[in-house]
Design a protein around this ligand. Structure first.
Ligand code: PLP
Length: 396
C-alpha cells in the first residue's frame, strides 16, 4: 500500500458526526420524501446573499479588465479592498485600522489556520472553551500545537473562569473564543470579555510572554439583541480577529474572510508578517480575487437575518414550553438544548425514529446536549414541532 500520512488519511476518511447526520437525512429523504425529514444537522445559511452581492459582481465584471479582475492579487489582498474593510470597522468600533492590518483569507477556516500557524512554536498549546467548533483541534494540530479544552459552564455557556485558570500554563500561546457561538448561539457578555482580558493580561505578565486571543467571529453580524457586541480588541489588544463572510453575507462557497492584526498588538508588524508567511506556507497564494472586491463593496450589509431571528423565537419558545432546557441563544443560528437523557447520542438516535435529525454535543466537547441548526425554512420548524413534542413525551 502507498505510504501516505496516517494523520491526513485519518482526517480524510473519518466522517464528522455533523456530516454523518446530514448523510443520514439525505438518505432518508431519498427513501421517504424530503418533506417528511426534518434535518437540523448542518450550518449552511438558508437565507440568500443580499441583492447587493449580485449587483457588486455585475458591476465589477462590467467595469474591470478581466485579466486584472480574475488575476492574482498581492498575497495579503487587494489594497483598496483592505482599506474599505478598515474604514468600515473604524466607523463602527472607533478604531484606527489601516489596510496594512488586514490579511484576506479563504474564509474563517483559512484565517484561523494562518493565525494559528503564525503564532505556533514547538511546545505551544492553545485553549478553547467547550462546546467548541470541532475543526479547532484539526487546525491547531496542523499548526504543530496542542489543543487544550476547558469544560463548559452549562448554566449559561459563559466562561468557567475557575476551570480556565487550571488550563493555563506557561506553554499557553493563545486562547480561541467564538462569540456568537457555534454550537450554543450564546453571545459572551461584556463582563465575560472584561474578565477574560484581565486574566490574560495578568497571566501574560506572570509568564513573561503574550497570550494571544484568537477571536473567531463568523457570526459577528448575526445577533438578536439590542446591546452591541463588545469589539474584542478594544478590551484586549493582543487579539487576532478571524472573520468570514460565509454567514453574514451567506457566501460560504466563495471562501472569503480575513485575519486582522490590530496595530495596538504587541509586535504587530512581526505577527502580521508571520501571518503572511503562514498563508504562503499553507499555499493559499491569495484570497479569491473577485470576492475580495465584493466584500469591500458590501461593507455593512448582511443577508436578511430577521428570518433567522423569527426561526429562533419560534423554536426556542416552543422547546422551552415543551420542557427542554436551553441557554439563551442571542446570535448565530444554533440552539444547544440539553438532551432529555444523559447520552446525547442515544437521544439523537431516538429522534431519528421521527426523521428528526439533530447532532449530539459530544463532537463539540459537550456531552448531554444536542445542536439544532435552525438555518432552515421556517415551515420546516413549524412542521417539526410536533416531532420534538413526541420525543419529549417519551421521557415523561
Ligand atoms: N468557525 C466557526 C465557529 C464556524 O462555525 C465555521 C463554519 O461553520 C468556521 C469557523 C469556518 O467558516 P468559513 O466558512 O468562513 O471557513
Amino acid at each position: 500500500m502507498t505510504n501516505v500520512s496516517q494523520r491526513m488519511l485519518n482526517l480524510g476518511t473519518a466522517r464528522s458526526e455533523i456530516r454523518e447526520a446530514f448523510a443520514f437525512a439525505q438518505a432518508r429523504a431519498a427513501e421517504v420524501g424530503a418533506e417528511n425529514v426534518d434535518d437540523f444537522s448542518i450550518g449552511n445559511p438558508s437565507v440568500p446573499a443580499p441583492a447587493t452581492v449580485a449587483e457588486a459582481v455585475h458591476k465589477l465584471v462590467d467595469a474591470i479588465d478581466p485579466i486584472k479582475l480574475h488575476g492574482y492579487t498581492p498575497a495579503q489582498g487587494d489594497g483598496q479592498a483592505r482599506g474599505a474593510l478598515a474604514d468600515d470597522l473604524n466607523r463602527r468600533f472607533g478604531t484606527n485600522y489601516t489596510a496594512d492590518n488586514f490579511y484576506l483569507t479563504a474564509g474563517a477556516a483559512g484565517a484561523l489556520c494562518c493565525a494559528l500557524s503564525a503564532l505556533s512554536c514547538p511546545g505551544d498549546t492553545f485553549i478553547a472553551f467547550a462546546p467548541y467548533f470541532p475543526e479547532y483541534k484539526v487546525f491547531v494540530e496542523s499548526a504543530g500545537a496542542e489543543l487544550v479544552t476547558v469544560p463548559a459552564d452549562i448554566e449559561d455557556f459563559q466562561i468557567d473562569f475557575a476551570a480556565f485558570d487550571q488550563a493555563l500554563t506557561p506553554n499557553t500561546k493563545g486562547v480561541i473564543i467564538n462569540s456568537p457561538n457555534n454550537p450554543t448561539g450564546v453571545v459572551y457578555s461584556e463582563a465575560t470579555i472584561q474578565k477574560l482580558a484581565q486574566v490574560l493580561t495578568e497571566k501574560s505578565k506572570e509568564y513573561g510572554h503574550a497570550i494571544w486571543l484568537i477571536s473567531d467571529e463568523p457570526y459577528r453580524e448575526i445577533v438578536y439583541r439590542d446591546t452591541p457586541l463588545p469589539w474584542v480588541p478594544n478590551y484586549y489588544p493582543n487579539t487576532l480577529v478571524c472573520y468570514s463572510y460565509s454567514k453574514s453575507l451567506s457566501l460560504p462557497g466563495q471562501r472569503i474572510g480575513y485575519v486582522l492584526v490590530p496595530p495596538q498588538a504587541e509586535d504587530a508588524d512581526i505577527v502580521y508578517a508571520a501571518v503572511c508567511g503562514a498563508g504562503r506556507a499553507l499555499g493559499y497564494v491569495c484570497a479569491p480575487s473577485l470576492f475580495q472586491l465584493v466584500a469591500a463593496e458590501c461593507t455593512g450589509q448582511t443577508a436578511d437575518i430577521e428570518i433567522y431571528h423569527k426561526n429562533r423565537d419560534l423554536l426556542l419558545n416552543a422547546l422551552r414550553d415543551m420542557g427542554y432546557t436551553c441557554a439563551q441563544p442571542d446570535g448565530a443560528f444554533y440552539l444547544f438544548p440539553r438532551s432529555l437523557e444523559p447520552d446525547a447520542r442515544a437521544f439523537c438516535e431516538r429522534a431519528r425514529k421521527y426523521d428528526l435529525v439533530l447532532v449530539p454535543g459530544d463532537s463539540f466537547g459537550c456531552p448531554g446536549h444536542v445542536r439544532i441548526s435552525y438555518c432552515v425554512p421556517t415551515e420546516q420548524i413549524q412542521r417539526a414541532l410536533h416531532k420534538f413534542e413526541q420525543l419529549a413525551a417519551e421521557y415523561k
